[in-house]
Ligand binder design. Structure first.
Ligand SMILES: *Cc1c(COP(=O)(O)O)cnc(C)c1O
Length: 397
């Protein structure tokens, strides 16, 4: 890797870039300039560090899952506890940083898209803290499924706008947010929730999330006196995974990204872009995409809303081509089993997204020697998912 990645136009090899209408270009250029300025500004960084500590609760623990390790009978498993972040997942790392950046840019309003509502809640939280007006776009189908998170956002002072077009889910909410941004760019910043979209979002979100891996690297060196043998994280848009992996890219460590296998690849009902997708352009960037032969974006399925998206961050496509990161998937069934496994063995109910990573750890750990070390990124807590899991199991609450 001699050339600069991403390059000045946000290309990770052949991936990434800035595939947007002309009307959005000034906003992206303004954002990129502000990001480059403030990422070197000591007062900005000091404010961010202070809030990471006292508001988000960082550093999050690196927890040795002794019971799970014994049960699986192989490698030592450590959990990076992003589930203990304020608001319950890693999303706040990015949303808070972007809210602070928007404030520095002189914006009075932030907007965001959300699927399950986690990123919406995180953004509404950042807006409340920074004293910004906030509007969240959410598909009507997701509003129905996630009524508790909708109420949470409203409590935090955000306006939740229903998107009633297309499949009425995340991708339609992103389209609406981009449309709003085009119209209101003078006073509005768009807080994109993952390491995806037009440049500079993939690199900016990765850098705001890389606090996860920076902490984990120090923590594991302290307790184990060596680097881990393997890292595992689930991959939706790709922000919690690249957030953990980035600090270890220079090391010779196995890394596994876990996509949503839904009902299995053959069923067509999944969100495993690397298992069933091909290269395409979607919502501002070039990456792997689930599409048909005519380039129409396919519908996706996952038990976890946070992994249920047709494309994936461009840096992941790049690192996959380099064979630096391996990608696999866990099915709904495997994730649900892992959800219960971690709850019972460790007393930690994981988010269904994170349960995909736990499922992969359950496959990988037994084959490894007992002195080897795995870090699993526990991207979020499962409180948001208990109702859905009860429904799937046919239990009435
Ligand atoms: C949103 C979400 C994800 C997936 O998004 P990434 O950008 O791939 O990290 C994973 N876990 C949780 C808990 C989430 O809320």
């Amino acid at each position: 890797m001699n050339e600069k990645v991403p390059d000045n136009k946000g290309h990770f090899g052949i991936y990434g870039g800035r595939f947007v209408p002309e009307t959005l270009m000034p906003a992206l250029i303004e954002l990129e300039a502000a990001y480059r300025k403030y990422i070197k500004d000591t007062t900005f960084l000091e404010e961010l560090r202070s809030l990471q500590k006292d508001f988000i609760g960082r550093p999050t623990p690196l927890y040795f899952a002794k019971n799970l390790t014994e049960k699986l009978g192989g490698a030592k498993i450590y959990l990076k506890r992003e589930d203990l972040c304020h608001t319950g997942a890693h999303k706040i790392n990015n949303a808070l940083a972007q809210a602070l950046l928007a404030k520095r840019m002189g914006k009075s309003r932030i907007i965001a898209e959300t699927g399950a509502g986690q990123h919406g809640v995180a953004t509404a939280t950042g807006a409340a803290l920074a004293g910004l007006e906030c509007e969240i776009y959410m598909g009507s189908e997701d509003i129905r499924r996630q009524s508790l998170n909708v109420f949470r956002m409203r409590l935090l002072g955000a306006r939740v706008s229903e998107v009633n077009v297309g499949s009425r889910t995340l991708k339609d909410a992103i389209n609406e947010a981009l449309r709003d941004w085009t119209t209101n760019v003078g006073h509005t910043h768009y807080v994109l929730g993952t390491a995806f979209g037009p440049h500079p979002y993939p690199v900016m979100v990765r850098n705001f999330q890389s606090v996860i891996g920076n902490e984990a690297r120090k923590q594991i060196l302290q307790v184990e006196k060596k680097l881990p043998d393997c890292l595992i994280a689930c991959v939706g848009g790709g922000s919690n995974s690249i957030g953990l992996f980035f600090a270890f890219l220079k090391d010779n460590i196995r890394m596994i990204g876990v996509e949503a296998g839904g009902h299995g690849i053959a069923s067509g009902e999944h969100a495993a872009r690397f298992a069933g997708g091909s290269i395409g352009v979607f919502q501002g960037c070039k990456s792997y995409l689930l599409q048909d032969d005519d380039g129409n974006v396919l519908g996706t399925h996952s038990v976890s809303a946070g992994l249920d998206y047709a494309s994936v961050g461009p840096e992941h496509s790049f690192l996959r081509d380099l064979k630096r990161i391996e990608y696999t998937y866990a099915t709904d069934e495997e994730a649900l089993k892992a959800f219960e496994l971690l709850s019972r063995t460790e007393g930690i109910i994981p988010a269904l997204e994170s349960a995909h990573a736990v499922a992969e750890a359950a496959k990988t750990a037994p084959a490894l020697p007992k002195d080897s070390v795995i870090i699993v990124n526990l991207s979020g807590r499962g409180d948001k998912d208990v109702q859905e899991v009860a429904r799937i199991k046919g239990i009435e609450l």
